[in-house]
Design a protein around this ligand. Structure first.
Ligand SMILES: [Zn+2]
Length: 311
C-alpha cells in the first residue's frame, strides 16, 4: 500500500509499504479521508518528539475510514488511556503513563488501529455524518477537554487567541458550554468565520477566561495581559515563557494547561459533530491526494484551515 512517511524535518516521502496485518482486537481501517492539522505541520517543519517515533515514521492522525472486517465507517482517536496507571486511577486520563506511542499513519491507504485504541476510542460514524466532518473528532475532543480545564461556565466571557481550526472549534465549544466566546486578532477572513462558530470578534480585554490557541510567545504574553483580575488563562500549547508574577500574585490569576483528550471527550466530540450545530465543513478548505501533502505542508496556502487528504 501507499503510505506517507516522515524522514526528518521537511522530508516526507510517499512510500510503498506492506499493508499492516491486524492481530486479534486490532482494527484495520481503509482510510477514506485524513485531515491535515497544525500539529502535523509543526512536526513536518521541525520533527516531533512525542508524535513521531524513529524515522521513517508513519504520519497523520485525523481520519475516517472503513473497518475492513465489518464494512462499518469508523473514526478513532490517536491514543487510549490504559485505565490502570496512577494517573488513570486518579481520573486524569490525559496524563496516562502509558499513552504513547500515539497512533500515526492516517496519510496512507490503510491504517492499523491497535487493540487498546480500538476497544476504548474507536466509534462507528453516524449515518448522515460526512466523513470529512467525522474525521475532526480528535481535535474537537482536545477543544472540549480544554474548555473543561478552563472551567468555562454560563455567562463567562472567553477570549480566544488564534483563529485556526482549533481556535474556531474552541469558539463553538465555549459557546456550547454557555460561555461568550470573543475571537481576538486573526486575519479579516478568519474573523468573518468566527460568528459561524458562535463567537464575536473583539479585543478580549478583561475577559473572565483567555484561551491561547495561536501557539506563539506573543499570544502567550497577550493572554496573560488580557485576562481580568481573578481570571483564568488556558494554554493549549507551550514552550518557555517569562511570566509577570506581579499580576499572578496581586491579581490572583490562574494559569492552566490543557493536553489531549479523554475517552469521554472523544465520545462527546463525535456527538457534537453529528449534531451539525456548527458548520464544521467550513474548516476543510482544501483537498489533496497523498502525493500532495508534502507540498501543502511545505508551503501552506494562505487560506488553508484543514485539507482533506484522499488516499
Ligand atoms: Zn494509564
Amino acid at each position: 500500500m501507499k503510505a506517507l512517511r516522515f524522514y526528518g524535518p521537511g522530508d516526507v516521502r510517499l512510500d510503498e509499504v506492506p499493508r499492516p496485518d491486524p492481530r486479534p482486537g486490532d482494527v484495520l481501517v481503509q482510510v477514506e479521508v485524513a485531515l491535515t492539522d497544525g500539529t502535523d505541520a509543526k512536526a513536518f517543519r521541525r520533527g516531533h518528539p512525542v508524535l513521531l517515533g524513529d524515522p521513517p515514521s508513519l504520519f497523520g492522525h485525523e481520519f475516517c475510514g472503513v473497518d475492513v472486517a465489518t464494512g462499518r465507517r469508523v473514526v478513532a482517536a490517536n491514543s487510549a488511556p490504559c485505565g490502570r496507571c496512577g494517573a488513570c486511577r486518579r481520573g486524569q486520563e490525559t496524563l496516562c503513563e502509558n499513552l504513547l506511542p500515539l497512533l500515526n499513519g492516517a496519510y496512507a491507504e490503510f491504517l492499523l488501529v491497535p487493540e487498546r485504541i480500538a476497544r476504548v476510542n474507536l466509534h462507528p460514524v453516524p449515518d448522515r455524518l460526512p466523513s470529512t466532518v467525522a474525521a475532526m473528532v480528535e481535535p474537537l475532543a482536545c477543544c472540549l477537554h480544554g474548555v473543561e480545564r478552563a472551567g468555562v461556565g454560563p455567562g463567562d466571557t472567553v477570549a480566544i487567541l488564534g483563529l485556526g481550526p482549533i481556535g474556531l472549534m474552541l469558539c463553538a465549544s465555549v459557546k456550547d458550554a454557555g460561555g461568550r466566546p470573543v475571537a481576538v486578532g486573526g486575519r479579516a477572513e478568519r474573523r468573518e468565520l468566527a460568528p459561524l462558530f458562535g463567537a464575536q470578534p473583539g479585543d478580549g480585554d478583561r475577559a473572565d477566561i483567555v484561551i491561547e490557541a495561536a501557539g506563539t510567545a506573543e499570544a502567550w504574553r497577550d493572554a496573560i495581559e488580557l485576562v481580568r483580575p481573578g481570571g483564568t488563562v488556558l494554554f493549549f500549547g507551550g514552550r518557555e515563557l517569562a511570566v509577570d508574577t506581579y499580576r499572578l500574585h496581586y491579581e490572583e490569576l490562574t494559569l492552566r494547561g490543557a493536553f489531549h483528550h479523554t475517552p469521554r471527550d472523544v465520545r462527546a466530540a463525535l456527538a457534537f459533530l453529528a449534531s451539525r450545530a456548527y458548520p464544521w465543513e467550513r474548516l476543510v478548505t482544501h483537498e489533496v491526494g497523498l502525493d500532495g501533502v508534502a507540498q501543502l505542508l511545505a508551503e501552506p496556502p494562505r487560506d488553508l484551515l484543514k485539507a482533506a487528504v484522499r488516499p
